[in-house]
Design a protein around this ligand. Structure first.
Ligand code: ZN
Ligand code: MN
Length: 480
């Protein structure tokens, strides 16, 4: 059985990054405050309180709808979705049901077999419920606390058609979606819990399984990969995949059947009586979109000569794309080639290794490092060393030295032919490796590389390989 038999559809909940909640004036900036400090009669759903729609949230949602080439409905409608759960004290969620804000869109991704258009079924606007905090261990809580600070935060729910064919494509869809939302200025992916995913997955010809409430980008691919294996193993043993809802246990990397059947409610949707139908006919056309990831990727290739892979990596995250452009700004003709390589191939890895945010590194400092490399002051190897020192200092909020200061302090400047230390190192390496020298003289060109390696070791990588080769040849011809 091949990957082509896997079918994945997603329902993605994204918090819109507005200042206030969807139906009241409470601040959405709740993450560093105590529980139940950002609440009022509206978001607590107290009797007699009336919701007032946040215009900004609708504008944000329409930006997303247009960016995903959706048809925005001129008139949409809010509905009540009735269910009881402690994080929803008013016992209904205001959402959109049969008349959502937008339908029928597309998001193009770099799929398993080239460019792929994932169809968007619908986008609707709804309020986030509160949050339960389980006390005791994760498996068996002693009791739970409820925090309504999150209740009423504006969400969009983006529902796709089952167009993805592997866990990897699902991850790529989410990465592209995240980039698009960030470019639109409506979403902050670094805010904890700002994106939650439900995934439907099946093996062609079998029932589908819904995995609920995956809260990390990596979690989606891992949960789906686990599910593909589980479902294939069932089928291989001649068993059937049952239609069910499962939870993803992040810490263990497995999905688990949701024991209770209470998940399948009759929600008794009905139109929200306290809100009029939402009419956007004269408004939707006035919404102008900024440059989006695909356009920026093309521009990076044309304007800076980036390779398609570098352009894709650099524009795949708004912060990264902005960082790159700030780094090369002082010299837009001279710096991009090196800067693209150093950011895409080296910096990202070093940041990930430290779980470090790019925001801690100033672009101007990085420009300085690129200049040292470009002007041949330091070797690539030393460049990595300087970068690591820079990042570690910023991560530990120590005194932050400039690249130049680090190069001087650690004596990393490239050695040159005039450098007595280099000449000494070459002579030493030759003297210590007579066997290799003999091999070289007997026509084994590779033996010279060994001696070069020894010199590099002695000079701690500060010597430029080409220059070193030249000096070594010179030294050898002298001796001959
Ligand atoms: Zn409120
Ligand atoms: Mn929803």
């Amino acid at each position: 059985m091949t990957e082509a038999h896997v079918i994945v559809g997603l329902e993605v909940h994204c918090q819109l990054d507005t200042k206030s909640k969807l139906f009241c004036g409470c601040s959405t900036d709740y993450r560093n405050d105590g529980p139940n400090t950002h609440v009022c009669e509206v978001c607590l759903g107290l009797p007699g309180s009336m919701p007032v729609l946040n215009k900004r949230a609708i504008e944000f949602a329409m930006r997303v709808a247009k960016a995903l080439s959706c048809e925005v409905l001129y008139e949409s409608e809010f509905s009540r979705k009735n269910y009881f759960y402690p994080d929803l004290d008013k016992a209904y969620q205001i959402t959109q049901y049969d008349k959502p804000l937008a339908e029928k869109g597309i998001l193009e991704i770099d799929g398993d077999d080239g460019e792929k258009k994932v169809r968007i079924t619908r986008i609707h606007v709804e309020e986030d419920p509160g949050r339960l905090v389980h006390m005791g261990n994760a498996e068996r809580g002693r009791y739970s606390l409820v925090d309504y600070n999150r209740a009423g935060i504006p969400l969009i729910e983006i529902v796709t058609e089952p167009d993805m064919r592997s866990p990897k494509e699902a991850r790529k869809f989410l990465n592209k979606l995240r980039a698009t939302l960030e470019y639109l200025g409506v979403f902050d992916s670094e805010k904890e819990g700002s994106l939650r995913v439900d995934a439907n997955i099946s093996i062609k010809g079998s029932e589908r399984v819904e995995i609920k409430n995956i809260t990390s980008y990596k979690g989606v691919e891992k949960a789906l990969t686990f599910e593909v294996t589980r479902q294939r193993n069932l089928l291989r043993r001649g068993q059937v995949v049952e239609r069910e809802t499962r939870h993803y246990l992040e810490a263990r990397g497995v999905t688990q059947s949701a024991r209770s059947k209470e998940m399948e409610h009759d929600y008794r949707y009905f139109p929200e009586p306290d809100l009029r139908p939402l009419q956007v006919r004269s408004w939707v056309d006035s919404i102008v979109l900024p440059e989006l990831p695909d356009a920026r990727r093309e521009r990076f290739m044309v304007q800076y000569g980036c390779s398609v892979n570098h352009a894709r990596t650099l524009t795949g995250e708004l912060r990264l794309a902005n960082f790159f452009e700030k780094v090369v700004e002082p010299d837009p003709a001279g710096l991009p080639a090196l800067a693209a390589t150093w950011i895409a191939d080296i910096l990202i890895g070093e940041l990930n290794y430290r779980s470090m945010s790019l925001d801690l590194l100033e672009p101007a400092t990085f420009t300085e490092l690129i200049r040292l490399l470009k002007n041949g002051i330091i070797t690539d190897k030393s460049g990595v060393e300087v970068l690591r020192v820079m990042l570690d200092q910023r991560l530990k909020s120590e005194t932050t030295e400039t690249p130049e200061v680090i190069v001087t302090r650690l004596r990393l400047a490239k050695t040159t032919g005039d450098d007595a230390a280099l000449r000494t190192a070459i002579r030493e390496a030759i003297a210590e490796n007579q066997k290799a020298l003999e091999d070289y003289r007997n026509g084994k060109a590779g033996a010279l590389n060994f001696i070069v390696g020894q010199v590099m070791k002695k000079t701690r990588g500060r010597s430029d390989p080409a220059e070193l080769n030249r000096l070594l040849q010179e030294e050898l011809s002298k001796g001959a």
